[in-house]
Design a protein around this ligand. Structure first.
Ligand SMILES: Cc1ncc(COP(=O)(O)O)c(C=O)c1O
Length: 308
């Protein structure tokens, strides 16, 4: 279903637009930030964590968010879900919040210092079930030729400058894979194009681990990642944030991706090589089921770990 409305700078307007100035720096330069989140039955999952991460991204680019951004966004989401028919008890919505630095008439990269209001937009779509085969067969990934530099200060911010990610997705499509995996410039696992990666393995001391790249591996500190680290502890998997290699991934028993909207999705191949026995495993299925139950509000929130 195509959205019929969007929320822009405080108002619900027809999706057909026009909405933004051609001078908007989000359009001109990718000078903006965003968040993607999910709402079930009109209840937004972890809105506070997404607003906090939006603020971190805004601070990183020196974009001044209004002091009441959290309330504005909560109100805007409520309004938009209602007019889009996505607030009912059975509704399942994905929501995108986009903030750009705003519209400047001047040329150039350096923003002028006069006070310009950032542009704030909210969009919503119904969440579609994963395509057939994704849950039963698992996703096939390719490693992207784009490498991530952990020392890049932008590596952990959710900016709208996403050409690298689009490029990697195109690489995946050309290879017949569902997604691409970024490696760091040192060849360590980083993340997929819109998800964090986890693996389940048995450690040398025979304990089962839930391992994921550490925050210094040029990853977005995912909200679902934080939830999973708490979940691992509760279900008896030892959570590990570390430096992982493609070899670790190939040798794992199971692997999966995590993100707010798609939830938990099994990964069964990297660059044509099977991970574990090449089939989605029981821990992945349990993680998906438990996260979906949490998103439906059926389970108490796991205390999220600090992501920095
Ligand atoms: C690059 C990237 N990594 C990881 C994630 C997962 O983050 P979250 O669990 O907060 O959705 C996303 C989500 O959009 C992403 O774009």
């Amino acid at each position: 279903m195509q959205p019929r409305h969007v929320w822009v700078d405080g108002r619900v307007v027809p999706a057909a637009g026009p909405h933004l100035s051609v001078f908007d720096r989000g359009f001109q330069l990718g000078d903006g930030i965003f968040e993607t989140l999910r709402a079930r039955g009109g209840r937004v999952t972890e809105l506070d964590l997404h607003v906090a991460r939006l603020q971190v991204s805004a601070n990183g680019l020196a974009i001044a968010l209004p002091a009441d951004i959290g309330e504005r966004l909560a109100g805007g989401i409520r309004e938009l879900l209602a007019v889009e028919g996505l607030a009912g008890a059975d509704a399942d919505a994905s929501i995108r919040i986009t903030v750009s630095r705003g519209s400047f008439r001047e040329r150039g990269l350096l923003p002028v210092e006069e006070a310009v209001q950032p542009t704030v937009a909210i969009q919503a779509w119904p969440v579609m079930p994963p395509p057939p085969g994704h849950l039963e067969r698992g996703l096939h990934l390719v490693s992207s030729s784009v490498r991530r530099d952990p020392l890049n200060p932008l590596a952990t911010l959710k900016t709208t400058s996403r050409a690298d990610y689009v490029y990697a997705r195109l690489e995946a499509r050309r290879a017949g894979a569902e997604d691409a995996l970024f490696l760091t410039i040192d060849g360590l696992l980083s993340e997929a194009t819109s998800a964090n990666i986890f693996l389940v393995r048995r450690a040398a001391d025979d304990v089962q681990e839930l391992a994921t790249p550490a925050l210094d591996c040029a990853i977005l500190p995912g909200t679902t990642r934080s939830w999973l680290l708490g979940w691992g502890e509760r279900v008896g998997l030892r959570p590990v944030e570390g430096w992982l290699t493609p070899r670790d991934l190939a040798a794992a028993d199971e692997a999966f991706l995590s993100s707010s909207v798609a939830g938990i999705l099994p990964v069964t191949r990297l660059d044509g090589r099977a991970i574990g026995d090449g089939r989605p495993g029981p821990w992945t299925r349990r993680a998906r089921d438990d996260r979906e139950a949490y998103v439906r509000g059926e389970e108490p929130a796991a205390a999220p770990r600090s992501t920095r």
